[in-house]
Design a protein around this ligand. Structure first.
Ligand code: GDG
Length: 754
């Protein structure tokens, strides 16, 4: 339809121009035709006059006023279809004889005068005639008489009209042929142009322009340069605003980024854990906030954009505090966004969360030497719950292209399910745990389905480049996908996914928050008092969910080895291990927790004495202020994860130490080790090395501690959680901009084709 419109736009002016040309050409054609035929008729007249000349002369010599014989001769002669009439003028200018149709009003003098002009015409009621004047017997002095020959001129008009139509026809046919050729060429060039432009936008044009096989059309080169320059300007401007700012990222700055770059776009966050849990306690409803880095990171985003957070409703008072559709406005005391709860049955939660996610995916991705368990029934529950969440997200979406932030390994199938139903959504999936190498991932019976699910995302984020690389290699191993290493993107069945690293972090404590903290000396004293330890007892602190990936076994081994190797520490140092119970309904976790309790007993029995326990295990959930107090009371914080996506404890410890004292001992297998270079980095599997690091930490001079801590604090302050969210959302904004440009180009192409 649109092509037709376009073609009409082109053809109508062409037709107009042709008609105008035809109209303007008419008088010219008439004049030309008349000139040609006048000459023709003059010639004919001469021939006729020559043929009659002798008979006329003879008749006139016999009888000067010859009548009948001439009349008969004339009547015979005018049977010629073009000759209308003949007249004979005498030397005295009188009409001597004439054929029947000769107009009497055309006198000899007038005929003679006309005959001498270049356009000798006379108008009769039947039409215009050509007037010829031919002296008779002119060769030998002549008789003085002359023939008047009147030729029909109407055939000239007819011929001129015919010629004109023929001309219009030829011009029109030519015009149509030219138009068709032009349109075909234009279509072909347009297609090539569009493909070139799209390739450019995908970034392929760059390679093309510098000489690769897919070189775009040369006429695209200036446009390519212009487009690339514009997009690069935008990106640079954006990155400059992200990176080279002296001010650290704050919730306000994140909010303003949302306003500037994702102005008013709908944002939907999806996580297994909800940001607010309503619990029924006796007659009242109590609101709890889970201690989660993820919630801390995403809450400011939600507050800023008034979006929707979809999560599993797990509190005992969740149903009664929400409406029929599971919606509740939060935060409860200052509602800013909607929490949409998804209800799961006990079996669903068991199969999807405890089973597939925590007994399958968690050990699979962590490679912590705990065998993943994959049950068909858990997989079915996982699929079902993922479909339920996808349904809920689609139902919550108010626009066709929301920005969806999916959190973690609980929702690996959701991106593709969403992509099928909201093709224009920008889906950002963040994988909070590591991604293993292809061989390890190959253990999963549903590896292809998991990968296909994740590749429905627009952006797939990991903590480190190393995890990104593992993911790309895994896709390369198990799927037929086009991988562009240069851009770190994967194109699978027409969907492009950017694989990018976004190291998560914590919210850097505000002045107001820091004002509520007790001085470090008070924290040290209080914690030691609670442990029944003297003021000079050195304190190693570990804070973890009670999980086998956190390397708690290895940590206790290292403390045991420290005391063994450096007996001077016996009685002078204690490991305070806070271990918040987690996933305790799983046998693997219960067995692990029992094992730790036994190890602690063993070390305490070996090196302990009255009033001294080398390891204090506090296997219970602590309030955030208690965790912070432990960080501030510590001489060293010990993070010995066997494998960890990031590990926020390491960053929290650094943020808590505004006195710039304390040492961080950090596993090289935690994502945090990539950023926190001033920590004492250890291989937790190497007990000796870890014990040495503990020894070094306990003996580290205050000046070195200050230097290291100041540097660590600068990193965490700058690389805080708002920067994490801002980088992801900024990339999403860039992604949307590119998609919009591509969609516009595509729309024009379709319009042109329609
Ligand atoms: C996953 C990835 C990644 C611990 N005990 C208590 C308590 N905690 C808090 C800590 C910290 C959080 O729990 C633990 O965060 P981590 O990052 O260390 O580890 P995971 O829970 O395994 O988190 C991890 C993270 O996702 C984010 O992407 O870093 O690699 O495994 O905030 O302080 N908090 C309270 N009481 C406790 O007893 N209040």
């Amino acid at each position: 339809m649109n092509t037709l419109r376009l073609q009409l736009r082109f053809l109508l002016p062409l037709a107009g121009a042709l008609l105008l040309a035809a109209a303007l050409s008419q008088p010219l054609i008439d004049r030309l035709a008349l000139g040609w035929f006048s000459r023709d008729l003059t010639l004919r007249g001469t021939l006729v006059a020559d043929a009659l000349s002798e008979s006329i002369e003879r008749a006139l010599q016999r009888e000067p006023n010859a009548g009948d014989p001439l009349r008969q001769l004339f009547d015979r002669t005018v049977r010629d279809e073009r000759l209308v009439a003949l007249g004979l003028c005498g030397p005295d200018g009188r009409l001597l004889q004439a054929s029947a149709a000769y107009p009497r009003e055309l006198g000899c003098a007038q005929a003679r005068a006309l005959g001498d002009t270049s356009s000798p015409q006379w108008r009769l009621p039947s039409g215009t005639v050509h007037v010829g004047w031919r002296p008779v017997g002119a060769a030998d002095g002549g008789t003085g008489a002359a023939l008047v020959l009147l030729h029909d001129l109407s055939f000239v008009e007819r011929r001129s009209r015919d010629t004109q139509w023929l001309l219009v026809g030829v011009i029109a046919a030519l015009g149509v042929v030219i138009a068709l050729i032009t349109m075909i060429v234009a279509q072909l060039s347009w297609r090539g142009w569009v493909q070139g432009a799209r390739a450019l936008l995908r970034g392929e044009g760059l390679a093309g322009l510098i000489g690769a096989a897919s070189r775009p059309a040369p006429e695209l080169a200036p446009l390519a340069r212009e487009l690339r320059a514009r997009l690069r300007d935008l990106e640079d401007e954006y990155r400059r605003s992200l990176v080279a700012q002296d001010a650290p990222w704050t919730p306000e700055r994140l909010r303003s980024l949302l306003r500037q770059q994702l102005h008013g776009e709908e944002v939907i966050v999806v996580s297994n854990r909800e940001p607010y849990i309503h619990d029924r306690v006796g007659d009242s409803l109590v609101v709890r906030r889970p201690a989660s880095g993820l919630v801390t990171a995403l809450e400011p985003v939600m507050r800023a954009c008034s979006g929707t957070w979809v999560a599993h409703g797990s509190g005992t008072g969740d149903r009664e505090s929400a409406d029929r559709d599971g919606r509740v406005a939060v935060p409860p005391d200052d509602p800013r966004y909607t929490l949409r709860r998804v209800w799961l049955t006990e079996e669903e939660e068991q199969g999807y969360y405890f089973g597939f996610a925590n007994e399958g995916m968690w050990p699979l991705c962590h490679v912590a030497h705990v065998r993943p368990v994959f049950r068909e029934s858990d997989w079915q529950a996982y699929r079902k719950v993922n479909a339920r969440f996808a349904d809920a997200i689609v139902r919550e979406a108010r626009s066709e292209d929301p920005v969806v932030l999916l959190q973690d390994y609980h929702f690996a199938l959701v991106p593709a399910l969403l992509r099928a139903r909201l093709p224009r959504a920008t889906i950002i999936t963040f994988w909070h745990i590591p991604w293993p190498n292809p061989e390890s991932f190959g253990i999963c019976p549903w590896r292809r389905e998991i990968l296909q699910g994740l590749l429905g995302s627009s952006i797939l984020g990991f903590h480190t480049r190393y995890h990104c690389k593992n993911f790309i290699e895994t896709v390369d191993r198990y799927l037929e996908a086009r991988i562009e290493h240069e851009h770190s993107s994967i194109n699978y069945r027409g969907t492009e996914t950017l694989i990018e690293s976004y190291p998560i972090s914590i919210a850097w404590p505000s002045e107001a928050e820091r004002a509520t903290w007790s001085p470090v000396e008070d924290c040290r004293r209080r914690v030691r008092e609670r442990l029944g330890a003297p003021a000079d007892r050195r304190l190693l602190v570990g804070v973890d969910r009670f999980d086998y990936i956190k390397g708690i076994v290895e940590r206790i081994h290292a403390v045991e080895r420290l005391l063994e190797k450096y007996p001077q520490w016996v009685g002078r140092v204690t490991l305070l291990q806070i271990a918040a119970p987690s996933r305790s309904s799983l046998e693997e976790y219960r067995g692990f927790q029992d094992r730790i309790a036994n190890m602690v007993e063993h070390v305490n029995a070996r090196f302990g004495r009255p009033g001294y326990r080398p390891v204090e295990l506090l296997a219970e959930h602590h309030e955030p202020h208690a965790v912070n107090e432990a960080y501030r009371a510590a001489d060293a914080c010990v993070v010995t994860s066997l494998h960890d996506g990031m590990n926020l404890v390491a960053k929290e410890f650094v943020a808590a130490r505004d006195d710039e004292q304390g040492v961080l001992v950090l596993s090289r297998f935690a994502g945090a080790a990539r950023e926190l270079n001033e920590a004492l980095v250890v291989n937790p599997y190497h007990v000796e090395e870890t014990a040495e690091a503990l020894h070094r930490a306990l003996g580290m001079p205050a000046a070195e501690q200050r230097e290291r801590m100041a540097s660590l604090r600068a990193v965490v302050r700058e690389h805080n959680v708002y920067r994490w969210a801002a980088r992801m959302l900024g990339d999403a904004a860039r992604w949307r901009l590119r998609e919009r440009i591509e969609a516009r180009v595509e729309r024009h192409r379709l319009e042109a084709e329609a």
